[in-house]
Design a protein around this ligand. Structure first.
Ligand code: HEC
Ligand code: HEC
Ligand code: HEC
Ligand code: HEC
Length: 469
């Protein structure tokens, strides 16, 4: 879990503050000497390329011109124009996507492939959908610009024209990443799983040594950001990112996504077994002590009305969304909670019953997603959500490592949201870092995870955050 190490080092100051990034880069000793993986080619040369259909994927080289996104310093207006360099920056998470294909060929990637017994077509089938860009001619470029911004054939030649606008670009086919729901959909394809070819992280892949994938939309957006939310951005995009909204919509969309995938018979099962990727990993992967001094480590979880010994569905995003709903949509919160429990309970019955419950729950998650997307999250609401996450009603549900990781990421994001919105001063927030890092430490080592110790650490962080209120 290199992520959490990076987090504590890099997310110490408000987003949007250049200082934050400068500090962060200095800390990891960024060397801006990354060799160009692609040779910058002028956009013009690509535009007229024969056979290039309007919807087609153009490739990184088309974005990389020195007068386009390939500058070596962030001297451009209105955008930085050094996006390519940041996408390639190997020493920071902002460079993760450019190396996504390369890691397949490195030791860890190869050992996963060996254990799974995959040949080249197996790698295409199982890995390429997330470690390269669907539709790209060059997989070596990993997850490229168009994997997120959309295939550029229809807009590459016009998106920088004088007088254009984000709305016009979107109408020509550029993906609207400013819209939290759209952005969540793009990221979740690879950071949860998707319907595309090679976009499903089955338990088999985990069991062969793949890192677990945890995701939080706002936090991960910050970690990979290659843009500044300056005055000009605010004008062009209609405002700065609201971190709290991004977080809440991210939770709702993740609940929807996992239920959608689970409802597909082809994905829900592996041979005669259920597909374990949907369940709480630690429910199966604990030690067993059944001697004289028998120890049962499972804690009661009021959110999951299921008998002991049954693998619980991974409900990390459901817990977070419930916390957000209690504050932002109290009228839907009880329905969401009831349906979450009904879904867990249905697993004791039949598959048909479970899928029907999944669909009902998905519907409520969808209603919550639109509610969150339209909500404005002020100081009071943000504090109230943090309080709710640590409250007894919710924290009793942190019996699982994944759910606990989500709650720490949430506190981090919500606090960041307050700082970004100018509702809490940066210096007050950095005093709280110590406490938040304590909570991160409690989830650093999955095998040492102790639910009760974790709740204490989280409670400590929340208490000091409350003091800012
Ligand atoms: C559903 C999308 C998905 C699929 C399918 C997938 N991966 Fe990954 N992989 C990821 C994500 C996301 C990460 C980053 C996890 C993190 O750090 O949050 C990752 C990380 C990795 C890493 C660690 C990279 C590093 O920098 O340490 C390796 C190696 C890897 N994957 C190999 C594979 C191989 C081999 C396959 C096919 C058998 C595969 N992956 C299939 C999404 C996927
Ligand atoms: C993992 C997804 C992802 C990848 C890969 C990616 N971007 Fe982005 N990019 C984003 C997100 C999210 C934003 C912020 C939302 C926005 O303003 O559109 C953004 C913002 C930008 C902006 C600023 C837009 C503005 O209006 O200020 C530019 C320019 C940009 N990206 C160019 C690129 C280029 C060039 C590449 C490839 C070298 C690239 N991006 C790769 C997700 C991505
Ligand atoms: C086409 C698949 C794909 C899409 C779409 C995608 N990612 Fe990724 N992302 C990956 C893979 C694969 C990795 C791991 C690469 C590695 O570590 O080598 C990764 C890594 C990351 C990392 C670094 C994590 C770490 O542990 O260092 C961040 C941050 C990230 N992605 C954010 C995002 C965000 C935000 C979006 C949506 C705007 C997004 N990604 C969209 C595939 C994708
Ligand atoms: C329903 C039970 C169950 C769940 C839930 C489950 N696993 Fe497993 N896992 C297994 C079994 C069974 C094996 C195979 C053990 C063997 O080969 O001896 C296994 C093997 C593994 C291995 C290889 C361990 C080894 O020593 O070879 C890893 C890693 C792993 N799982 C990760 C995960 C992750 C990550 C999750 C959550 C996304 C998860 N598992 C969820 C039952 C489960």
């Amino acid at each position: 879990m290199n992520l959490r190490r990076l987090l504590t080092a890099c997310r110490t100051a408000p987003r949007g503050g250049l200082v934050a990034f400068a500090l962060c880069f200095a800390m990891v000793g960024a060397a801006f000497a990354a060799a160009f993986a692609v040779s910058p080619a002028p956009v013009q040369a690509q535009n007229g390329a024969p056979g290039g259909s309007l919807r087609a994927h153009q490739g990184v080289a088309s974005c990389a011109g020195s007068t386009c996104h390939g500058r070596s310093v962030a001297s451009g207006t209105p955008v930085r124009q050094d996006e390519l360099l940041r996408w390639q920056e190997d020493s920071s998470p902002s460079g993760a996507h450019s190396r996504a294909w390369r890691v397949i060929g490195e030791a860890r990637g190869q050992s996963i492939i060996r254990r799974m017994g995959l040949d080249a077509s197996g790698v295409q089938r199982e890995c390429a959908g997330c470690h390269a860009s669907p539709g790209a001619a060059r997989q070596a470029d990993g997850v490229d610009c168009e994997a997120c911004h959309g295939a550029a054939g229809s807009w590459i030649s016009t998106h920088y024209a004088v007088g254009t606008s984000h709305r016009r670009n979107v109408s020509q086919g550029m993906t609207d990443l400013v819209d939290a729901r759209v952005r969540a959909g793009v990221c979740l394809d690879c950071h949860l799983s998707g319907d595309g070819k090679g976009q499903f992280i089955a338990h088999r892949i985990m069991a062969a040594g793949h890192p677990r994938i945890s995701f939080e939309l706002d936090l991960f957006s910050t970690l990979q950001a290659h843009h500044d939310e300056d005055a000009d951005y605010v004008q062009r995009k209609g405002g700065r990112t609201n971190s709290v909204r991004m977080w809440a919509v991210g939770q709702a969309e993740a609940v929807k996504r996992s239920l959608e995938l689970f409802s597909q018979p082809g994905k829900a099962n592996e041979g005669i077994f259920p597909e374990f990727t949907f369940y709480d990993c630690h429910s199966c992967h604990r030690r067993i002590v059944d001697g004289e001094e028998a120890v049962v480590t499972a804690l009661p979880n009021p959110g999951r009305p299921i008998p002991a010994g049954m693998p619980p569905f991974n409900d990390e995003n459901m817990i977070m969304l419930f916390a957000a709903a209690k504050v932002m949509a109290p009228d839907l919160a009880a329905t969401f909670d009831g349906r979450t429990k009904a879904f867990h309970r249905a697993m004791m019955g039949s598959r048909a019953e479970t899928v029907a419950s999944a669909q009902a729950l998905r519907q409520t998650a969808d209603a919550l997603s639109s509610r969150m997307a339209g909500a404005s999250f002020g100081r009071e609401q943000t504090f109230a959500i943090m309080d709710t996450i640590a409250s007894e009603a919710i924290s009793d549900r942190f019996t699982d490592y994944e759910g606990s990781v989500q709650s720490v990421m949430a506190i981090d994001t919500l606090l960041n949201g307050l700082v970004n919105g100018g509702m809490v001063s940066g210096s007050a927030a950095s005093g709280l870092r110590v406490q938040i890092n304590e909570a991160y430490r409690a989830v650093k080592e999955p095998n040492a995870y102790q639910p009760l110790a974790f709740r204490r650490a989280l409670g400590g962080a929340i208490r000091s955050i409350r003091s800012l209120r």
